[in-house]
Design a binder for this molecule. Sequence first.
Ligand SMILES: CC(=O)N[C@H]1[C@@H](OP(=O)(O)OP(=O)(O)OC[C@H]2O[C@@H](n3ccc(=O)[nH]c3=O)[C@H](O)[C@@H]2O)O[C@H](CO)[C@@H](O)[C@@H]1O
Length: 363
Amino acid sequence: MKVLISGGGTGGHIYPAIAIANKLEEELKEVEILFVGTEKGLESKVVPKAGYELKTITVEGFQRKISFENVKRVLKLFKGLEDARKIVKKFDPDIVIGTGGYVCGPVVFNAAMRGIPTVIHEQNAFPGITNKILARFVDKILISFEDAKKYFPNSDKVVFTGNPVRKEILTANKNEAKRKLGIAEDKKMLLCVGGSGGSRKLNDSMVNIISNLVKEDIQFIHVTGKNHYEKFIDKLGEINLKKSQKVVDYLDDMATALAACDLVICSAGAITLAEVTALGKPSIIIPKAYTAENHQEYNAKSLENKGAAMVILEKDLNSKVLNDMIFKILGDRKRLKDMEQNSKNAGMPQSIEIIYKEIISML
Ligand SMILES: CC(=O)N[C@H]1[C@@H](OP(=O)(O)OP(=O)(O)OC[C@H]2O[C@@H](n3ccc(=O)[nH]c3=O)[C@H](O)[C@@H]2O)O[C@H](CO)[C@@H](O)[C@@H]1O
């Protein structure tokens, strides 16, 4: 069986695609998988590292105003459509799966026009523009929040599946992970990550908190995001970190870091939250402001309402507020335990099974 998967730009579109690819490989004896992304997107690094072949096409989103840049992007879209047509024709897939991001537009559209079975997965409660357009042409729409249904008029195609989590994360074990990281099993560990690109606001607060974590001998990994790393290290200045205290630009092995930690500080990307809850981790969530329809605040509040997380809005965020919350939660065993249980209850680790069944039912 041949499966073409396309999704990209940010981790939130790429990792669900990888989770689906992993599951298809695990379940089906003979499956050939090809990814289509862009050279510029994170997928050009992440997909080959995950062991899959990636073909790239040229496509970019449009600006919300009339501009010369948009004219160039229209031309790129035509080129992207032509590249996608060639890839789909040559690979001749049995099914095409799109997980969002501009790149999957031309690929999924082309496959649908050829009569190849097509399915899209939407990670957010408020669908992205590409999925909204593709919804008219595809055979099936998989959604992760019941609320998303109202944005898709042909509701007979819509199936609620939740967000898929990679197998390596679902199967990771806390003590094993702590051993792998070479850190103490009996001491608390903090993981701080602002989505696949990092969060400048979160970095600005964390840079002042790290000296307190060092003073209190708390184990941590802080992920700055690739574009923010150098500035962060500059601002941090001379500081002696222990082996159990790390600042990195990106985590290739999220499974180990997430499994090992006792508390996560994160932004509210849908896949990050699916992973955090699949492992039942308590969290302090700082939703990124100005995301489409403010969806990160919506994601974050829904976990806070379930008692799984505490939320700090970016407008209220500063080092003191975050520092106090970290130490308050870490120092309260009962609260940590309750949040852990509530987080587990909010998780949907079975999502990948549901998605797999839906895909198979189309063949
Ligand atoms: C600013 C913005 O609009 N962000 C959107 C984007 O977020 P973003 O791309 O940040 O996506 P998520 O936070 O949902 O997921 C990030 C993914 O990257 C992985 N990861 C992250 C950092 C790292 O160092 N290593 C690593 O492996 C995480 O484990 C996770 O699998 O897509 C999400 C899903 O469509 C949306 O909900 C977010 O709102």
